[in-house]
Ligand binder design. Structure first.
Ligand SMILES: [Cu+2]
Length: 328
């Protein structure tokens, strides 16, 4: 997968105002959002959550992002637009925590969803992915795809139309497509999780989590989910990244409060790089606010105006004022 400098230039050119919007004052965290495994939701809660995603797909755009037809497109677009700066970098985990939180804010504010935020407990489905509750056609996200296009044939998202392409333009319309791969999903095994959680430094833990548990969920669902830029088009993405976010929090929780602060996080080995693969457009690098090539707590996280920008510092504590959540 490639990300060209042209894409970055395009992104900055039209969104200069929104991307640089300063963080707004936030409310104190009083009532924490409960994050629960999908199988611990009641069928009514599952339906309400799935309906909220369908609602986003029918909600008119709220930003000036070109070519989008609804908020779901916008969520997919902002991930695609910065895909080269949020994967294989030190902000991989912080960005995706911010992004999961952004999705939660949108289903709450635009679609009235106030239930628990579900995640996918993936090790529980290793060896039996085809029978996973999350893939249930009636109470879950639908099963695998079918035909040459691998479009979903059942579940609530079988008739969803997506339109954002890798060039960030609305082009040919396409479906949510999957090609379930139980062999690849074996990497989601608990032993791989345990290995990552035992890592002593942030850099080692992050790279481990991104490599095995993270890749396993994307590769197990396959299809759209293995597109590093466009994968948020499949609603399962949010439950997969809810799980990845839990793994980061589980790692942080092993040494609190030390793992909420910069020293314990980044002062090991080389620190988390904030660009990859020679993609170092000065506009983005300066924008991040790290004052260097290593990710810091000042690093800015953006969603191009879907929700206000935040910083890595804001998202470090899952129970802090910004994320305000707890795993139950
Ligand atoms: Cu991502």
């Amino acid at each position: 997968m490639r990300f060209s400098a042209n894409i970055v230039a395009l992104v900055l050119a039209f969104s200069g105002n929104t991307i640089l919007a300063s963080p707004v004052a936030r409310r104190a965290c009083t009532v924490k959002t409960q994050r629960k495994a999908w199988e611990d939701l009641t069928d009514a809660e599952k339906k309400a959550y799935l309906d909220a995603d369908l609602c986003l797909m029918n909600t008119p755009p709220i930003t000036d992002i070109p070519g989008v037809k609804n908020v779901w497109d916008e969520l997919q677009w902002t991930h695609a637009a910065q895909a080269g700066y949020i994967h294989f970098v030190g902000t991989f985990l912080p960005f995706h925590r911010y992004y999961v939180r952004a999705h939660q804010t949108l289903i709450r504010d635009l679609c009235g969803y106030n239930g628990p935020l579900p995640y996918w407990h993936e090790p529980g489905d290793v060896g039996a992915l085809g029978k996973a509750a999350i893939l249930d056609p009636k109470t879950g996200f639908g099963s695998g795809g079918n035909g040459t296009a691998r479009c979903l044939i059942d579940g609530p998202f079988a008739n969803v139309t997506l339109r954002i392409g890798r060039n960030l333009k609305a082009g040919q319309e396409y479906c949510v497509y999957r090609a379930i791969n139980g062999v690849f999903f074996n990497n989601a095994a608990q032993k791989n999780v345990d290995k990552c959680l035992a890592m002593a430094t942030f850099n080692d833990a992050w790279r481990c989590i991104e490599a095995a548990p993270h890749s396993a969920g994307h590769g197990g669902i396959n299809g759209l989910m293995i597109d590093v830029a466009l994968s948020p088009g499949d609603p399962i993405f949010w439950l997969h990244h809810g799980w990845i976010d839990k793994l980061w929090w589980d790692w942080e929780s092993r040494k609190l409060p030390a793992r909420l602060t910069e020293g314990a996080y980044f002062n090991h080995s080389i620190g988390g790089n904030n660009t990859i693969r020679g993609i170092n457009d000065p506009a983005w690098v300066n924008y991040f606010g790290d004052n260097g090539t290593v990710v810091t707590l000042n690093h800015v996280l953006t969603s191009h105006g879907l929700v206000p920008n935040a910083t890595v510092a804001d998202v470090m504590d899952i129970g802090g004022d910004y994320v305000c959540a707890e795993f139950v």
